[in-house]
Design a protein around this ligand. Structure first.
Ligand code: GLA
Length: 364
């Protein structure tokens, strides 16, 4: 019989490169110190019993169609189902799930749940899976069982982050390149406390725009487009979306170069340009995100700030001089409160490692 296992997978914040992943482009996310931890032990039957202080409880059978499993437990059921199709089959299991990732804030709590479930379930069969395989399955959980046509960034950084800094991901080759964040810089996540489900059609609309724009250029993905190509996209809205994607890919690469040269001002400029582009060309920002970014950017010691992730609500991110962080946090809290009447959540976070599984318990 299999051992008990404990698997963990972190949430993420993306420093630059949004809405590029599903265009086969570049992203620069980092894993967060916030994570989802699953402790699982095998059962003799096919049932899965889940208990979680944050999510609640759920019971289902591994022979159920995952689409019939309700809400959050569907992520686990779908991951088990897809793993079984890959030949990684388990008996049922009992699992407790704890998370300190703010749910619905755009910090990839669902990707972390998928990835942690993947590591735990594979772990029950004695396998430590490779990050890219689990990330691909996590993306399929979203696409096929949750109904969100998301890219692979969230799952891939949760599964494969290096410990020391943000990771450059080439979303075409799925190559992960670790980068380093100079010690003088601190990443701050700023939660606007506004929420919007990604299931709304806006995300899919943006994807379809990109697909149409690529097709107009005779390309399969906008990754291969250049700024000079854009004039050939006759639909104005599609051209704007494509402009964002092409320029954002270059900003990711420029940002990585800036980090390598310890040029935090240059990195901050790419963050500012990214925000303007997401607001004006891609149109996925929101008044709350714009207010937060404007307030953050006006603070001494702020290299740059931008919305992060899918957009419309949730979190913004800023890069701030380490010795200015205390004042930054106080001023942004007060500034956002007086501008919107909402008290934000702010976190100073360091890059953290990706998912792992620990094999425990005795053989029986
Ligand atoms: C969401 C999706 C990702 C990515 C971002 C935008 O987080 O899950 O795949 O597309 O939006 O960069």
């Amino acid at each position: 019989m299999a051992n008990d296992v404990v698997a963990q997978a972190p949430g993420r914040v993306n420093l630059i490169g949004d809405h590029t992943d599903y265009n086969d482009g570049f992203v620069l996310p980092m894993a967060l110190p916030f994570k989802t931890v699953i402790s699982a032990s095998p059962r003799a039957d096919n049932e899965v019993h889940l208990i979680s202080p944050g999510y609640g409880t759920a019971v289902f059978s591994l022979i159920d169609d995952p689409s019939t499993v309700d809400s959050w437990a569907r992520y686990v059921a779908a991951m088990a189902h897809l793993l079984a199709h890959e030949g990684i089959e388990t008996n049922g299991f009992d699992a407790s799930i704890a998370t300190d990732i703010p749910i619905g804030a755009g910090l990839s709590s669902s990707a972390a749940l998928e990835v942690a479930a993947g590591y735990a379930i594979a772990g029950l069969t004695g396998i430590e899976p490779d990050p890219v395989s689990i990330a691909r399955l996590g993306q399929r959980v979203e696409n096929e069982f949750i109904g969100i046509q998301s890219g692979i960034m969230d799952q891939l950084i949760s599964a494969g982050a290096g410990a020391g800094g943000p990771t450059l991901i080439d979303c075409r080759s799925l190559a992960l390149t670790p980068t380093e964040l100079p010690h003088a810089a601190q990443v701050i996540i700023m939660d606007t406390m506004t929420r919007r489900e990604l299931t709304t059609s806006a995300y899919d609309d943006r994807r379809h725009s990109c697909e149409r724009a690529a097709a107009a250029l005779g390309l399969s993905r906008l990754r291969d487009a250049t700024l000079a190509d854009l004039d050939r996209i006759s639909d104005l809205e599609d051209r704007h979306r494509a402009h964002h994607v092409v320029a954002e890919n270059q900003r990711v690469l420029d940002g990585v170069t800036a980090l390598g040269a310890n040029d935090l001002e240059a990195f901050g400029s790419t963050m500012r340009a990214s925000h303007s582009s997401l607001r004006d060309l891609y149109e996925v920002s929101a008044p709350s995100l714009d207010a937060m970014v404007m307030i953050a950017d006006a603070q001494p010691g702020c290299f740059g700030a931008r919305m992060t992730g899918g957009g419309f609500a949730g979190c913004a991110v800023a890069l701030v001089k380490r010795d200015a962080v205390t004042d930054f946090l106080r001023n942004v809290e007060l500034g956002y409160l007086s501008e919107t009447g909402i008290a934000p959540d702010l976190w100073a976070v360091d890059p953290s490692p990706g998912a792992s599984v620990t094999f425990g318990g005795g053989l029986s």
